[in-house]
Design a protein around this ligand. Structure first.
Ligand code: 3DU
Length: 241
C-alpha cells in the first residue's frame, strides 16, 4: 500500500461497489471506472455485493485487471465466523488474488481470527481489522464500555490493542468519526495504516480524517456516482496529497 500510494501520489482506495442486473454490463462498468480513475487512486476495494453479483471467478478477473495497473486489491469481507469457515472464505479470497482481506475482530482470536491471520501470513497477504464503522449507529456498540473499574475502556480501543497484538496490517475507522481516528492513531503510533471509509456521500471529511490520523481514504459513490469520476478522483487526490 505504501509503495502504491507513493507511486500514484494518492491516498484514495476506490470502493468498487457498482451494481447492474446484467453481469456482463457490470464487469464492463467496473473496468471502465478503473480505467477512468487510473492514476488518481492507490488501491481498489471490492465488497461482497460484487462477489454475490458476479461470482468469485469473474471478480478475480477484475482483481487481475487492477493488478495489471499495479493496484493492490482489498476484499472487504468483514470476516467474522468460526475458524473453519473463516479459513474456507480466506482461502477463496487468496485464490482469487486479493492482496488483503478485511476481518472483524469481534470473533476473538482462538477459533476465530487465528486461522485468518495464519493463512494471511502463510500466503503473504494482509489483514485489515474493522475497528469502528462509519454509520451513525456505529457508536452503539463500537463505543460500548468494556472491562471493570480502572480497566474500563470502549470496545474500539480493545480492538485497536488486539490489532497491534495480533499483528494486523491496518485498521478500518470511519472518516465520519474524526475524534475516534485521533484516539486510535494515538494508541497505534505512526506506523500502521488507518483506512477510513465514509468520505463524501456518508458525510465524512477527507482532509479532516487525514489530519486526525487516517492514512488512506476509502471512497465509493462520491467518485463513481459523480458526473465525471475522473475529475472527481483527480480533485480528491490533489486536495489530499
Ligand atoms: O459511502 P461510499 O459509497 O464511499 O462507500 C463506502 C465503502 O466502504 C463501501 O464499500 C462500504 O461497504 C465500506 N465501508 C463503510 O462504508 C463503512 C465501514 O465502516 C466499513 C466499510
Amino acid at each position: 500500500m505504501k509503495a502504491s500510494s507513493e507511486r500514484y501520489q494518492s491516498k484514495i482506495v476506490l470502493a468498487l461497489d457498482l451494481e447492474n442486473k446484467d453481469p456482463q454490463t457490470l464487469v464492463q462498468k467496473c473496468e471502465e471506472i478503473l480505467e477512468d480513475v487510473y492514476g488518481y487512486i492507490c488501491a481498489v476495494k471490492i465488497n461482497r455485493q460484487l462477489v454475490l453479483a458476479l461470482g468469485l471467478r469473474t471478480v478475480s478477473e477484475i482483481v487481475r485487471k487492477a493488478h495489471e495497473r499495479s493496484l493492490p486489491v482489498i476484499m472487504d469481507a468483514k470476516l467474522n465466523d468460526v475458524g473453519h469457515t473463516n479459513s474456507f472464505m480466506m482461502e477463496s479470497y487468496i485464490h482469487a488474488g486479493f492482496d488483503a482481506v478485511i476481518a472483524s475482530p469481534i470473533t476473538g482470536w482462538r477459533g476465530g481470527m487465528d486461522s485468518v491471520f495464519e493463512l494471511a501470513r502463510r500466503n503473504d497477504k494482509g489483514i485489515i481489522l474493522l475497528v469502528y464503522m462509519s454509520n451513525p449507529g456505529a457508536e452503539q456498540f463500537y463505543s460500548m464500555m468494556t472491562g471493570t473499574g480502572d480497566e474500563q475502556k470502549p470496545i474500539f480501543e480493545v480492538f485497536t490493542q488486539m490489532a497491534i497484538e495480533w499483528g494486523a496490517d491496518g485498521l478500518v475507522v470511519g472518516s465520519t468519526h474524526p475524534e475516534i481516528i485521533r484516539r486510535v492513531r494515538t494508541l497505534l503510533g505512526p506506523s500502521m495504516g488507518i483506512y477510513s471509509p465514509g468520505v463524501g456521500t456518508q458525510g465524512g471529511d477527507a482532509k479532516k480524517a487525514l489530519e486526525f490520523g487516517s492514512t488512506y481514504l476509502i471512497v465509493g459513490r462520491t467518485i463513481y456516482a459523480s458526473t465525471s469520476p475522473r475529475d472527481t478522483a483527480r480533485e480528491l487526490c490533489k486536495s489530499t496529497k
